[in-house]
Design a protein around this ligand. Structure first.
Ligand code: 5BU
Length: 344
């Protein structure tokens, strides 16, 4: 299923190593989060109401690094910028340590996507760290979103400096929040924190305020998981080109395989169409499609063989009897596949 591409250094590098070379601050944050939470799992929270979404995010939060939403499938989405569903998701993201990815698949001319991203009732840019774009309209859609994010960034910066409340963000400069604090805590893990590192030389680095930087990121929809989609190789390579032109905003791709090819590429790859056979049948069990065009592959195949970084799982977790336990199983399998890939 994945093309026979030349082996790229990002296939072997650890997430921690890749964090150091990441040009996008949000990619740097996400890669560190992945290493620290030992998770490369994104939950696609495709439930039907905002209440269910918040409940699920709280339950599964400890196992994931990204929560993917489709805000427009949810009944009861509260649009209030400070107290609504977006703001509540933001506080769960801070509590558990994950980024919010609105799978909006913008796909219009540059001017329209700017308005869809920043305006309307949803004001997606205010609560979603990451969004994605369908490249069919051409590169101007990427350009439009990049400009909108840059404007948002300078507005938020200004508002923070002048102490005006802006909802989702926090009253501290991003640089301060990104700096790890160093404490003496020899050989013990620090209770109650989701971010911690293993002690080295008797010193544990504890990132107390490990909140994401004030940045917004984009994923380009380079490949789809559905049968018969029209995203051919030419289209995929045009996506890679557009990503290289906007490295300060594009974090990577939604794709089915690793698309890094030039030596300087360090993009992230998030991959939907992922399911596991039932527990106990993993060795020999097959994963079937959903009957509506969706194809599924296992984390071992997607991460291990195709070189993607983060698996996106919806129904495999949501429809399980115990979604919390199932999220742990997916997290474990995807992390094992990553460890195997980088150690071989
Ligand atoms: P599932 O329940 O794990 O099949 O959900 C997959 C999610 O990923 C769902 O929200 C889709 O809209 C989304 N998706 C996808 O399935 N395939 C793609 O190629 C892209 C997004 Br892009």
């Amino acid at each position: 299923m994945c093309a026979d591409r030349p082996k790229h250094p990002t296939l072997k590098a650890t997430f921690a190593e890749r964090a150091k070379g990441a040009s996008h601050p949000l990619s740097n944050y996400l890669l560190r989060l992945m290493e620290l939470k030992q998770s490369n799992l994104c939950l696609s929270a495709d439930v039907t109401s905002a209440r269910e979404l918040l409940h699920l995010a709280d339950k599964v939060g400890p196992s994931i690094v990204v929560l993917k939403t489709h805000y427009d499938i949810l009944a009861g989405w509260d649009y209030h910028p400070q107290t609504g569903t977006g703001a509540k998701l933001g506080s769960l993201a801070r509590k558990h340590g994950f980024l919010i990815f609105e799978d909006r698949k913008f796909g219009d001319i540059g001017h329209t996507v700017q308005m869809q991203y920043t305006g309307g009732t949803a004001r997606i840019i205010d609560w979603a760290h990451i969004v994605n774009v369908n490249m069919v309209p051409g590169k101007a859609a990427v350009q439009g979103l990049a400009e909108a994010a840059a404007k948002w960034r300078s507005r938020v910066n200004y508002e923070v400096k002048t102490s005006v409340s802006v909802g989702t963000p926090f009253p501290m400069s991003s640089t301060r929040r990104m700096e790890p604090r160093t404490t003496r805590a020899t050989g013990i893990s620090v209770q109650g924190r989701w971010l911690r590192q293993v002690p080295t030389n008797g010193t544990t680095t504890v990132e107390k305020e490990a909140l994401p930087p004030y940045e917004r990121g984009l994923l380009i929809l380079a490949q789809m998981s559905s049968t018969g989609n029209f995203m051919n190789e030419e289209y995929t390579q045009a996506c890679v080109e557009a990503a290289r032109e906007h490295k300060d905003f594009v974090m990577g791709f939604v794709s089915q395989e690793n698309l890094n090819s030039s030596p300087t590429d360090s993009f992230l790859h998030m991959t939907p169409g992922c399911q596991l056979p039932p527990e106990g049948e993993e060795e020999n069990g097959a994963v079937m499609g959903d009957g509506l065009g969706q194809n599924y592959n296992t984390p071992a195949k997607l991460v291990g063989l195709c070189g993607t970084d983060i698996i996106i799982v919806g129904r495999g977790i949501i429809k399980a009897g115990d979604p919390q336990a199932e999220a742990k199983r997916y997290r474990d399998r995807a992390w094992t596949a990553y460890q195997k890939r980088t150690s071989q």
